[in-house]
Every structure is written in structure tokens, then in C-alpha cells.
Ligand binder design. Structure first.
Ligand code: B12
Length: 599
């Protein structure tokens, strides 16, 4: 026991883990790794595999008579035709295949064309195949080998896009091989490489090597395969300046197009709420790459209400995207996100409604073009390009100064991943070149969450004297960290001390951090459908240490039941409470239910 009466919890192994995690959280650990093979050798290994793993046939390529989706996109760009993307994320392969066929056919009957489907893989697909079976499932689909991938690429005449949990994860090579054999010509998601951590997987060297081999295999195909990167899955959701996000696009293009010899297609949009910034980012991206984009993602963070309110958000961002694409056809498809997205994974009818809505809005869009001020868009795009280029140049120079071989894609990627968004922006973002520290173009998400935390703390200011000084260790179970950002801001606003428990942190590590810091409570922010097993794991770990701290759990408190035949998640609030934790649907809930907030 320690002097303050809290259990001495940390075994030596856990302490080592804490040191590694601390380095990861601050970006202050070593940027290189002697165990990492040279990028050249890894790309060559991937290229050699192209002898056995070649692009296979699929319904889309046959139906459209094109060698790749890139060629299809260029054709649509020349015709001035808007393309539509539908994201689909059921657990079962049968249900996904049936949904794709039905959606494509019914949309076509009703005058809408779905050009591409994005298939949301489960995060367990990110592990190498031998590690998948025992891992805690998220909410997406699990594909077992090339046959399952081929079922998806032949489910409808639209292009199948395999984005998430492929490239950038340790299972990258096996997944990429299977996707290529199944005829997929858009494969991602490089953005995830920079931010995602799978539970109980810290081998970033193996992750980097798998990704580089997969990139070598892609670049060696005769057909043009687009490497897709969702910037918002990468650092764009974490930078406070959208010019830094454009800088990352420049760096990623340099890695894939200059160092690897592939073609990089960008997606962006989740966090772009201000119409001007959204349109300007599209214009700025067109100035730094001419590779067709994959899609412009919906502004999903704007979905906060029920369907009626969310339809307003859908039309607001979609109109901006439609006008931007008619002004500059960049090959991006629009992505009308179903209005139930903030509740859970959308069902088939909801996806169809959003697609029909988009097709109708696309008919109305040209009539709005005269209302747009292109000069205002270009002025913001100028700032984004100026700030983005400066960020990318400073980052490459700064990494070289720190001993990173910036001509080696493996070394460069690992260093960027290890530094992380916050440290990169602090080192090389606005203000780093001696100019103003004001962002070139402030990120909407940070502005909105800062205001929400401030308002909430002001409303509860009377509690401040009683609560000031109490300590809460806060961690997230997955990549979603905005919920935690808001909770941190709100608690600090009431004078509490928030201990950083980490992002995508394992339950054991979060408990170790909390006990080591003498926290009065543990707060978990979770979105990936693992709230219940995670809450149980935290409580079991506390019990193992003989400790008894309140555990608050907020975010998306749902999961897909093992026996589910709909594949849709169900609420687990009651089960979390029964497990001994405090489920919180919002910040007020937290104050009302948890003893640590009683005066
Ligand atoms: C932004 C976002 C992202 C961003 C995250 C950026 C970042 N760095 O944080 C990006 C693009 C990276 C992303 C990725 C993914 N996402 Co996402 N994402 C969202 C989105 C749009 C918003 C979530 C958010 O940050 N909200 C902002 C917070 C502040 O608001 P809030 O959630 O309402 O939070 C309130 C409370 O919950 C509370 N709160 C939150 N945490 C805590 C903790 C405590 C202790 C307390 C007291 C309160 C509290 O505070 C808020 C105040 O009321 C939601 C959909 C939606 N509109 O909600 C999907 C959503 C959460 N994502 C989802 C999914 C599936 C994914 C992916 C798996 C998709 C994929 N295949 O790649 C990946 C995640 C992969 C991984 N390994 O983790 C699903 C989850 C499905 C489910 N559980 O039913 C959702 C619901 C979308 C959907 N319908 O499919 N996502």
C-alpha cells in the first residue's frame, strides 16, 4: 500500500507498459526502430507477390467495361456526372450481399445510381488472420478469405470499395491480396495507419511492414489501383488547423505517389461542418493532387438530432459537395449518410432513403450555383494550400533533422505515426515558422466542443468549490476521442484534474494509470460497440488490484448480440449498470449518477 492508502498496483511489466504508452501519447519516444526493414525491401517483397496475386474479374469491371474504378471515375468526370457512394456496415456476409443487390436495383428503379459501395469491415479484420478469432468483435463485417471478398465484389454492378481495417493495420497484406484477387480497385485506408490501435497490439513495426508490402503489391498491378485514405480517420479529426490536414494530404501523396509509385485517392468530410471550409478544402485538394478522389464523406458530426433534424444537416453538406463537384470534378463520389447514423449502424431502407434524397438534390443543385461566391472559396483554399505546403515542408525537414530517412517510406511513415497529430502540429503547424500561431483555417470540431464544454461548466459553476481537485482518469476504448475531449474540457471547467489514460487503451493499462495517479474515478469513452465487455474488464482489473473506484462509461453504449440476426447493435445501458459501472448518456447524467460528483 502507498502512503495515501491506495493500493500499490503496478507490477514491473505494467510500469514498462506505462512508459511505452506515455511515449506514445506524447510523441516523445524514439521515431525510428532498428527492427524495421528498409522500405525498398518491403516494397520489393510486395511487388514479387504480384506474380501470384493479380487483379481478378468482378461484376463492376465487366459491367462498365473499364480496367479500374479510376478509369470509371475519369469517365464520369469528363461527362460531368455526379457519382454516389453508399456505406454499408452489417455484421453478416449474406446480409451485406443481399443488401447491396437490393439497394442497387431499387435505387436504379427509382432513378438513382449507386456508383460504389464502401464496405465497413470489422476491426478484428485488422489483425493477422491467426489473431482474429479470439479478438473482441466491433460492429462490422468479417470476411474469411478471397471467396468472401469476391461475394462482395460480385454482389452488384457497383464498384466495391474496401476501406477500413485493411491497409494500415497488421493484417494489411492478407486483406489486400484477397481484395485484389476479388477485383477491387480501390483499397484503403491509409489514414487509419496514422491513428488506429487495435486492442492488445503494440507492434507498430509489424503494422508498418505489412502496410508497405501491401502497397508494393498494389503498385505492381497492371491496372491502376487507388490507395484510398480517409483524412478524417487519420489526423484531420485531430488537428486544430485544417491547413495541417491539407499538409498531411501532401505528405501522404509524397509517400504513396513519389516513394511507393502508387496512386492515392483522398476522402474527407466527417469533421468539415462550415460550408466555406468544406468547399475550400475540396478546392485546395484539387490543387495538390490530380488523382481522382474516392468520396467526400458526410459531415457526420453534424448529426445530433432525430431524422428530421439530421435531414437538414444532410442537405446542408450535400449541397456544398454537389456544388463543389460541379465546379471542379475531382472524381469524388458524394456520400449521403443515412439520418440514423448517430443512433447506430443504418439499416437498408435508411441507406436507400439517403441515396434517393441525394439523387433528387443533385437535380436541384445546378440552380444554386449562382448563389456561390467562388472568390470566397478560393481565398480560403489559398490559405489552406499556403499553410499545408508550409506544414509538409517543415515536417519533412524536421524529421530529417531528427535522423529520419525521409526517402524511405517505411521509416517516414513510422516516424509520423509515432509522433502523432498533436505533436506534429505543435512542432510544424501554424506559428512554427515564426509567423502567427493562429490557425490558417480553424477546425470546426475543436471550436464546437470547446464552446460546449465551456457552456456546460458555466451552467454547473456552483459545484466548482466542492469538486475542484478531484481526479478522474479518462481513456477511450477506440479511435473516437472527441467524446473524451469534451468530457475533459467539461471536468476541467469544474476544476477537476483529468489524468490522460490514453486513446484506444487496453482496460488493464487504463486501470494501471488511474491507480498510479491516485484517481478518484475512471471515465471511459467508448463508441465501437465494446462498451459492456470493456466496462467488465475494467471492473475485473480493479478487483484484481483490490481497488474500488467508480467507473463511468459514456459514448455509444451498444453492441451486436452474438445471436443477432439483424446484425444491428442493441443498447446495453442496463447491463453496464448491472456490471457495477455508471453508464452516462451525457454529461448531466454523469453528475446525477456518480458519487464522485456529490458535493
Ligand atoms: C466523428 C466520428 C468518427 C471519427 C472520430 C474522430 C476522432 N478522432 O474522434 C472517425 C472518422 C475517425 C470515426 C471512425 C470510426 N467510426 Co465513427 N463516428 C463518428 C461520429 C460521426 C461522431 C462521434 C463523436 O465524436 N461525437 C462527438 C461527441 C462529443 O458527441 P456524442 O457522441 O453525442 O457524446 C456525448 C455523450 O456520449 C458523452 N460522452 C461521450 N463519451 C463519454 C464518456 C463519459 C465518461 C461521459 C460521462 C460522457 C461521454 O459526451 C457527449 C455529450 O453529451 C459517430 C456518429 C454520430 N453522429 O454520433 C460515428 C460512430 C460513433 N462511428 C462508428 C463507427 C462504426 C466507426 C468506425 C468503426 C468506422 C470504420 N469502419 O472505420 C471507425 C472507428 C474505428 C476504431 N477502431 O475505433 C459508429 C459506431 C457504431 C455503433 N457502436 O453503433 C457510429 C455511431 C457511426 C455509425 N452509425 O455507424 N468515427
Amino acid at each position: 500500500m502507498r502512503a495515501d492508502g491506495k493500493p500499490d498496483s503496478l507490477r514491473p511489466a505494467a510500469r514498462d507498459g506505462l512508459a511505452r504508452r506515455a511515449a506514445r501519447m506524447t510523441g516523445e519516444g524514439p521515431l525510428g526502430d532498428r527492427g524495421l526493414a528498409p522500405g525498398r525491401a518491403l516494397l520489393a517483397e510486395g511487388r514479387a507477390m504480384a506474380r501470384d496475386w493479380r487483379l481478378g474479374p468482378c461484376r463492376f469491371l465487366e459491367a462498365e467495361g473499364v480496367p479500374s474504378e479510376a478509369a470509371y471515375k475519369r469517365r464520369a468526370m469528363a461527362e460531368g456526372r455526379i457519382m454516389q457512394h453508399a456505406h454499408i456496415g452489417f455484421r453478416s456476409v449474406d446480409r451485406t450481399v443481399a443488401a447491396m443487390a437490393e439497394l442497387h436495383a431499387v435505387a436504379a428503379e427509382r432513378g438513382a445510381r449507386i456508383d460504389r459501395f464502401g464496405v465497413t469491415l470489422d476491426w478484428t479484420m485488422g489483425y493477422p488472420p491467426d489473431r482474429r478469432a479470439g479478438a473482441a468483435r466491433g460492429t462490422g463485417i468479417v470476411l474469411n478469405g478471397p471467396e468472401d471478398f469476391a461475394r462482395i465484389t460480385n454482389a452488384s454492378p457497383a464498384a466495391a470499395h474496401f476501406g477500413d481495417f485493411m491497409l494500415g493495420l497488421p493484417g494489411a497484406l492478407e486483406n489486400t491480396r484477397a481484395a485484389i484477387a476479388a477485383g477491387a480497385t480501390a483499397i484503403g485506408n491509409l489514414g487509419q495507419y496514422f491513428t488506429f490501435r487495435l486492442p492488445y497490439w503494440d507492434d507498430d513495426v509489424a503494422t508498418t511492414e505489412a502496410t508497405l508490402r501491401a502497397l508494393g503489391l498494389i503498385a505492381a498491378q497492371e491496372a491502376e489501383i487507388l490507395v484510398h485514405s480517409n483524412l478524417d480517420d487519420g489526423f484531420a479529426g485531430l488537428f486544430r488547423d485544417m491547413a495541417s490536414a491539407l499538409g498531411m494530404a501532401i505528405l501522404e501523396t509524397h509517400i504513396v505517389e513519389d516513394l511507393v509509385g502508387g496512386r492515392l485517392a483522398f476522402c474527407f468530410g466527417h469533421h468539415f461542418s462550415a460550408p466555406l471550409t468544406r468547399a475550400a478544402f475540396h478546392a485546395a485538394l484539387a490543387r495538390v493532387t490530380d488523382t481522382p478522389g474516392s468520396m467526400i464523406f458526410g459531415n457526420t458530426v453534424a448529426y445530433r438530432g432525430g431524422p428530421a433534424e439530421n435531414y437538414a444537416s444532410l442537405s446542408a453538406y450535400l449541397m456544398v459537395d454537389l456544388l463543389a463537384l460541379s465546379r471542379q470534378p475531382t472524381g469524388h463520389a458524394v456520400n449521403p449518410v443515412p439520418v440514423t447514423e448517430n443512433l447506430r449502424i443504418p439499416d437498408v431502407d435508411e441507406i436507400l432513403d439517403a441515396q434517393l434524397f441525394a439523387a433528387r438534390l443533385a437535380e436541384a443543385a445546378p440552380g444554386h450555383a449562382a448563389l456561390v461566391d467562388p472568390a470566397a472559396i478560393d481565398a480560403v483554399a489559398d490559405r489552406l494550400v499556403e499553410g499545408g505546403r508550409a506544414f509538409a515542408a517543415r515536417a519533412l525537414a524536421g524529421l530529417a533533422e531528427r535522423g529520419v530517412d525521409t526517402a524511405d517510406p517505411a521509416a517516414l511513415m513510422l516516424a509520423i505515426r509515432r509522433l502523432g497529430a498533436k505533436r506534429m502540429e505543435a512542432l510544424w503547424g501554424a506559428g512554427a515558422g515564426g509567423g502567427s500561431a493562429e490557425p490558417f483555417v480553424a477546425a470546426d470540431w475543436a471550436r464546437e466542443l470547446d464552446a460546449a464544454a465551456r457552456d456546460w461548466a458555466a451552467r454547473h459553476a456552483a459545484l466548482r468549490p466542492a469538486l475542484a481537485g478531484r481526479r478522474v482518469a479518462l481513456g477511450t476504448t477506440d479511435v473516437h476521442e472527441h467524446g473524451a475531449y469534451l468530457v475533459r474540457g467539461a471536468l476541467e471547467g469544474l476544476g477537476l484534474e483529468v489524468i490522460d489514460g490514453g486513446v484506444s487503451v487496453d482496460a488493464e493499462a487504463l486501470v494501471a494509470t488511474a491507480l498510479d495517479a491516485g484517481a478518484d474515478a475512471i471515465a471511459v469513452s467508448t463508441y465501437n460497440g465494446v462498451a459492456l465487455p470493456y466496462a467488465r474488464a475494467v471492473i475485473a482489473e480493479l478487483v484484481r488490484h483490490g481497488a474500488d473506484l467508480p467507473v463511468l462509461v459514456g459514448g455509444k453504449l451498444n453492441e451486436i448480440p452474438a445471436e443477432s440476426n439483424s446484425g444491428l447493435p442493441v443498447d446495453v445501458t442496463g447491463e453496464i449498470r448491472a456490471a457495477g459501472a455508471y453508464p452516462c448518456h451525457d454529461l448531466d447524467d454523469m453528475l446525477a449518477t456518480c458519487p464522485v460528483f456529490r458535493a
